[in-house]
Design a binder for this molecule. Structure first.
Ligand SMILES: [Zn+2]
Ligand SMILES: [Zn+2]
Ligand SMILES: [Zn+2]
Length: 507
């Protein structure tokens, strides 16, 4: 993944040139604007400053996207040469594309542009072999998607976004064959931070700036994919991208089947005993236990099973001793107190079947498709409880899938051998119908019926929304919001570039 960094300096130069071009379009350079200060009406001048601040935010996002950094949202002050704060930018980065596997023993693969709201017209490169039950797609947030083929095979494939290229041979075999309920989820770990200028060593434990040259430190990251085998088994594995190898982990509390699903919540660290949340790792102030991060799982197969898996302890969690906080994946008696354990991680409100799916949507919520119905729920991490949400516009079936875009929306494939596609607006608790899954050959539109193993994942190009704020002056607070779409694909053929930018008008 380090190779992504190589062209970073070049990008900064490109960005600077882009800045100049934009400023030229505005009519003058920023420095010149500053000299003209007294002559220009305050609102106009501050607007230009705010625009400059917002563009600096885009520049920062652009640099960040060229590294392995998982940061997709930040706010920072912009300082001038004298160290005076000019303003503050707030930046959010959203993946622009969604990728979908058709499943249902087909090789077809699709791409949806969330900005244009349309499916890619040309036919995408197809998967090496047919995707069947338990087929699953997950991205590593850089240039690759990984795929379980499912259909009672051990095949595991990789797709390279920048080349629209599926590696023709499987990259590794899962320990056993994946079937119904097979699921795949990405997880990463920051190993250390290092200076992009000074090279390494040294390695630093915390993010920040290089004590030698002042450059911002880059995270060194390892990527992992966790998978349930499904097919009415309890098997659970992970794949290390660095080691190119699968490893068998703790078995799930019960057998995973149709509608089984996984989601990683990359939010707060939680106490395994009392659910105390903290944005940093450490120990729980109440229980003195080490805080953990979790993968959440639906059991599927017409059950209400819902569990979480501790990435720190390779332990599935479901039940808890009311007296001492002993945690167990199974309902037995506490080894210390010999009293019966109680359910800690709550079951889903109703049984989950074909098309069951999970997606973490940032912060406190994990959203879920019940499958075989139009029922939609969310699990609130902080209160450890389920809530019913707005009904989906069609009944979900085999191949039903969810993907969060990193922003305001969750996208949903209905599956059930239909090409229906929906979007959920998180803040409004509202569903909308989007164009059906399709591609074109000549003038003819072909619709894809999504079946078992159908899946959806976000990735690739980034949409960057940057808001520039400049400090209060006479109660006038100028803000400008700009949106840029940036190609971060690292390969030379697709040179990283600004594809599009515009100023977003005020609401
Ligand atoms: Zn340095
Ligand atoms: Zn605690
Ligand atoms: Zn106990």
């Amino acid at each position: 993944m380090r190779r992504v960094l190589e062209s970073k300096r070049g990008i900064a130069v490109t960005m600077a040139m882009w800045f100049l071009a934009v400023l030229a379009i505005i009519g003058t350079s920023f420095a010149y604007m500053m000299r003209l200060e007294p002559m220009i009406a305050r609102h106009h001048q501050e607007g230009v400053k705010a625009m400059y601040v917002a563009m600096a935010g885009v520049d920062k996002a652009y640099t960040l996207l060229g590294t392995d950094s998982p940061i997709r949202e930040f706010a920072e002050p912009l300082k001038d040469d004298t160290g005076t704060t000019v303003g503050t930018y707030m930046v959010k980065m959203y993946p622009l594309y969604l990728f979908a596997l058709q499943g249902g023993n087909s090789k077809q693969f699709f791409r949806y542009n969330t900005y244009k709201n349309e499916w890619e017209k040309r036919r995408m490169q197809s998967t090496p072999r047919e995707i069947g039950p338990g087929g699953a797609l997950a991205g590593d947030e850089t240039d690759f998607f990984y795929t379980l083929r499912g259909g009672k095979t051990k095949d595991f494939y990789r797709y390279e976004i920048s080349r629209d290229w599926w590696e023709r041979k499987k990259i590794a075999s899962t320990p056993r064959a994946i079937g119904w309920g097979g699921a795949l989820v990405h997880w990463y770990e920051v190993n250390y931070y290092e200076c992009p200028e000074c090279g390494f060593p040294p390695k630093y434990d915390e993010p920040g700036n290089c004590p030698v040259c002042g450059e911002e430190l880059d995270p060194n990251i390892s990527h992992y994919f966790y998978a349930t085998r499904g097919d009415a088994t309890t098997e659970f594995y992970y794949y290390s991208v660095d080691k190119e190898k699968w490893t068998t982990m703790a078995t799930t509390p019960d057998k995973v089947d149709k509608g089984g699903a996984l989601a990683w919540a990359d939010g707060d660290y939680l106490c395994p005993v009392c659910n105390h949340a903290s944005s940093t790792s450490g120990t729980c102030p109440n229980c003195n236990r080490e805080l953990e991060k979790f993968i959440y799982a639906l059991q599927g197969g017409g059950t209400t099973g819902f569990w979480r898996y501790s990435l720190n302890n390779n332990q599935w969690q479901k039940y808890r001793c009311p007296e001492c906080g002993h945690i167990s994946p199974t309902l037995d008696n506490c080894p210390t107190h010999d009293t019966p354990l109680e359910m800690f991680i709550p079951d889903t409100p109703a049984s989950v079947g074909e098309g069951g799916a999970l997606t973490w949507a940032g912060g406190n919520y994990i959203y879920a498709l019940r499958g075989n119905s139009n029922v939609f729920w969310r699990y609130k991490i902080s209160t450890n409880a389920w809530e019913g949400m707005a009904s989906i516009l069609g009944e979900i079936g085999v191949g039903g899938a969810l993907a969060w875009d990193g922003g305001e929306y969750i996208y949903c494939l209905r599956g059930a051998n239909t090409s229906d596609f929906y979007r959920y607006e998180i803040s409004k608790n509202e569903w909308a119908t989007l164009p059906s899954v399709s591609y074109k050959i000549g003038w003819e539109t072909h619709y894809a019926s999504i079946g078992s193993g159908g899946s959806l994942a976000a990735g690739d190009l980034y949409r960057i929304v940057s808001t520039g704020y400049i400090p209060d002056k006479d109660n006038v607070r100028a803000t400008k919001k700009i949106e840029a779409i940036i190609d971060i694909r690292p390969k030379a053929r697709y040179m990283r570039r600004i594809i599009y930018w515009r100023e977003i008008p005020k609401d």
